[in-house]
Each structure stands twice: as structure tokens, then as C-alpha cells.
Write a protein that binds this ligand. Sequence first.
Ligand SMILES: O=C(O)CCCC[C@@H]1SC[C@@H]2NC(=O)N[C@@H]21
Ligand code: NA
Length: 621
Amino acid sequence: MDPFDQKHFTTVDYVIFAGLLAASAGIGVFHALTGGRQRTTQEFLMADRSMGCIPVSLSLIASFQSAVAIIGVPAEIYTNGTQYWFMGFAYILGLLIPAYIFVPLLYRLRLSSAYQYLELRFSRAVRICGTLTFIFQMVVYMGVCVYTPAFALNAVTGFELWGAVLATGLVCTLYTTLGGLKAVIWTDVFQMLVMFAGQLAVVVVGVHQAGGVSEVWRKALEGNRIASLDLNPDPTERHTFWTLGVGGIFLMLSLYGVNQAQVQRYLSSRTEKEAVRSCFMVFPSLQLTLALSCVMGLVMFACYCGEDHSHKLGTFKRDAMVIYFVMDMLQELPGLPGLFIACLFSAALSTISSAFNSLATVTMEDLIKPHFPSMTESRATLLSKALAMSYGILCLAMAYLTHLMGDSVLLVALKIFGIVGGPVLGLFCLGMFFPCANSTGALVGWGAGLVLTFWIGIGSIITKTSSTSLLPSGCIPILPVNATAAAATTATLQAAFSNVTKSRPSALKRMYSLSYMWYSAFSCFSVITVGLIVSFLTGPMKEEDVMPGTIYPLLENMLSFLPKRLKKKLCCMNPLGQTSPVRQPTQHKDGKGPTFAAEDGEKEGFLPETHTTFVERETSV
Ligand SMILES: O=C(O)CCCC[C@@H]1SC[C@@H]2NC(=O)N[C@@H]21
Ligand code: NA
């Protein structure tokens, strides 16, 4: 069969695709007409803080599992082998740390925006920096998420590119604007199920067509796509156990620990326990989606033997190959191509709707409400809806920008999280774990982290040092490039690689070739290091000046074995020399702000002198 013949949809496929859009829109309308009918920002942005852990956990995954992962991961496995699967190790600490540290601390502060924490701990300026960084990250990321499925489809099936982008964007904007966070969470649940079904169908049919599991395994071994445990400590090595298993932890923390889209879901849970439980429940489903996409890559390899011509045709084509493979596999089974397309757009819709809603939330809570405290509830809700709409339009524009980026979509998305998400993670870690950090230190640290990681990220793109390892290819080429040209290209590339290893790369070159999986960790540590140095230079913060409930006593817990004097030096204890157990506010039952557990002689449930809750006291002072 001519490998270049475009795959065409049957009516069944279009019906399934239209069904997905209709069902999503329906859920949006349902939540606009029921409950409180989205009349308050508490409902529109926080789902009335009434959600259970099952929908929240599925929505947490769907928010950062877009078409990028659905087609980017199989393309990665197909080209470079199963090394990427070690990302699964990062999910362990990447979810345990949020469950034990970030979620309880942020939940008890009863916030709406995660970045309110930065004002409570540091200053208004630090909060604005966190908010603007988040907005930048999500707007760029949204562009990639809208563009990926539409582009890949157009490349393989001639599916009308901008028609798909428009349909996705409009339906998404509709139900996000109508139904608020409740609609976004429940559509995420529905779309997550469609994603599982679509990926499973491709894997089951693919394994069958490739001749069974043992056949897939044998071919993957022959084409050395089964990666061994690579403990190479070299940080410029793109994918090793360290870059994925350890570097990936910081990537996960920047998403599942401090990203507004995820924090908003924790805060929308009906109790702190539900929020923590939803974090734990993410783990098995996340491992399942990772396994499905990795196996899809191996099955694709078994069918096409991994002829790697992506370097010749630009890596973007590599992502389109996955769609080609799927259409090729499911061609004879009417309805399954439509199911996979529905899976692709479910992945995109669930991520984009989460992005719209969280962008509208932080814009309202962090940038607008502080300047218009007297704004009425109805106006605030109307403005939130207008914001969700305008972010929808903006994201269509960003989709076009993605058209210009040349990398594989998975790389683009993960680099964005590293470069932009890492510094925000650094800000939260600086605030939570180092009581002596002050807001000047936080601001300078944040700036340093952003500049440094942007510099490395841009540098790696310009000098093209992000090494895409060219594994030896298999047998039949997928895309009909003439053999001689391909052989010539591979030969010149190998020659190029050989002389690179001969000449000693300069320090700058080595810095540019830092694996993109280290960006999150690198920027996080830069922010903390610079933040602490500047804090000490400008007068460290005193323990009693730090807002209670904004510190996680990590340092004290870790240093508990040290003599008191040394601890006093290290993390500026109060003058009495003992570490005043930082009093964590407890969540008050009747929905008022956090209060503190009574100490000896104090009245249970309220702060001793003022009998007001913690938040009221602070604002009344
Ligand atoms: O799928 C996307 O839109 C972005 C790529 C994956 C983002 C990170 S990678 C670790 C974690 N696992 C996921 O499925 N998503 C996040
Ligand atoms: Na998604």
C-alpha cells in the first residue's frame, strides 16, 4: 500500500467526534442550569468547594495529559526507546510530596488562587510575579495543546486544520464559560474515560496486527528500543534514570504541587482529606496512561520497524507518524478511528478547559479583585466568564504561534514547564521551607531563576544541542524518502556527531546541552540559592514576622538531630533558642478561615485573645 495515501474518515467517525463535542457542551450547559447556576465566583471558580476525590483525581490527570502526551510519548518511544518510561519513578515522590506538604498547607489557608500564598508569606509584588509567570506558562502551553491534535490530523487525514482548532476552541470556551469549574471537572472525568478507551483500543488492535505481544517484544528488543537502567550521571544526557526519575520529580512538583490548575482542584475538594486522597488516586491512573502510551510506541515500532527519518523531515513529522500509524491500524474497524480522534480531542479539551478556568481564576483573584474590593458578586462572576472567553480567543492565536515552533510537541511542552514552571516552584519552596527568606530575596531569586533557565532553554534551541539520539533504524521506511538521500543524511549526521565528540565542547556549550528534564530542578534551586543569599544580605526575616501557617517545618524536621545553637544559626529560630512549633492553622468546620489548635489554657478552636479566626485577625490588624 502506498504509505502516503491519506486516511479518510467514514461518517461514523465524524459522528463520534461530533458526539464528544456535544457531550462536553451538554455537561457545561447542565452545570449552568443546576446547582447555584454559576451565580457566584465561589461556585464558578471553586465549584463551591464541594467536590469528591474521584472526579478531582481524574480531573487532575486530564489537566496535564493532552494530545501532546497521547501522540508525543509514543513518538518518543518509537524513536528513542522506552527510556522515557522511567518518568514513572518521578510520579512517586512527585505525588507524595504534594500530598504531604503542598496540599495540606495550601488547603488550610483556604485560598482561591495558589499565588495568594506568596502574598501571605512574602509580599503583593511576589504574588504578582507568580501569577504573571503562571499566566505566561499556561497561555503558551495552551497554544501547543490546541495546535497538536489539529495539525497531526490535518497532516494525515486532510482533516480541516483550522476548522478543528476553531471547533475545539469554541466548544471548550462555551462549556467553560457556562459551567465553571464544576463543568470543567466533570467534562475532564468524561474525557479521561474517552482517552483511556481510545488508547486501549489502539494498543489492543495494534498488538493483534503486529502478531501478538511476544512478536512486539522480540522486534522491540531487536531494534534495541527496550532501554536498560541508564545510571549515567552526565546531566547533558537527554534521558537517563536521573534526568527522568529525579529531574522529573521537580517537573511533577511544579505541576501537581504549585500549579494553579491543580491547586484549584485541591481547593475545590469538600475536605482536606478528600484533597489529599485525590492526590494519591492520581498515581495509579497516571502510571496506566504512561504505560498505554509507551506500549503504543512499541507496537508502532513493531509494525513499522522504527525507520527514523524524522531528522530529515523535521521532528514535527514524527508526531504525525503516530496518527498515521493509528489510522493505518484502525482503518478496517469503522468507528475506531473516530474513537481515537475523540480521544485526541478529549485530551486537548480537558487540558485547555482547565487552563481557561485557572487563568480566569488567578486573573480575577490576583490581578482584579485586590484593586476592586467592593465589586459585587454578580459583576465579578460576569467578569470571570468574560475572562474565560477572552483566554479562549487568545489560545487560538497561540495555536498559530506553535505552528512556528520546530521541536517535537512533547519537548516543547516539557521545556515550557521546566523554564517557566520551575521558578514558581522555587518561590513556593523558598517560602515554605526557609523561614528566613524575605520578599526581596524572593523577587531577586525569582528573576534570577527565570533569566538563567530562559537563557539555557533558548541557548539549547539556537545551538540545537538538544541531542536527539539517532538509534539504528529498523527495516521499512514509513515515509517514502529515497534511500540514498536518507543514507547520505544519516552518514553526514554520524560524521557530524563523531567530530563533536572529538572537539572539547566549551563550558557554555555544555550548559546549553543540559538535559531539558533538569530545567525544573535547576531553576528551582537557582531561585532558592539566590533567594537565600539576597535574604541574608538584606536582613533575614524573623520567625515572629512570618505569617503562621505559611511555613512547613521541613528544615527543623530534617535538622532535629543538630544541637540547638547550630539550628538557631541555620534557620533563624526565635530568641528563646527553641524552635517555636510553627502553629499550623486547622480548617474550621463552619467554613470560616483557619484557626489554631488550642494550647494549654486557650479556648478550643479560636485564637486566644481576639476569638476571631486567623485570617480575620490578620486583616483587622
Ligand atoms: O501531555 C501534555 O500536555 C504535557 C506532557 C506531559 C506533562 C507532564 S509529564 C509528567 C506528567 N505526566 C503526564 O501525563 N503529564 C505530566
Ligand atoms: Na487533557
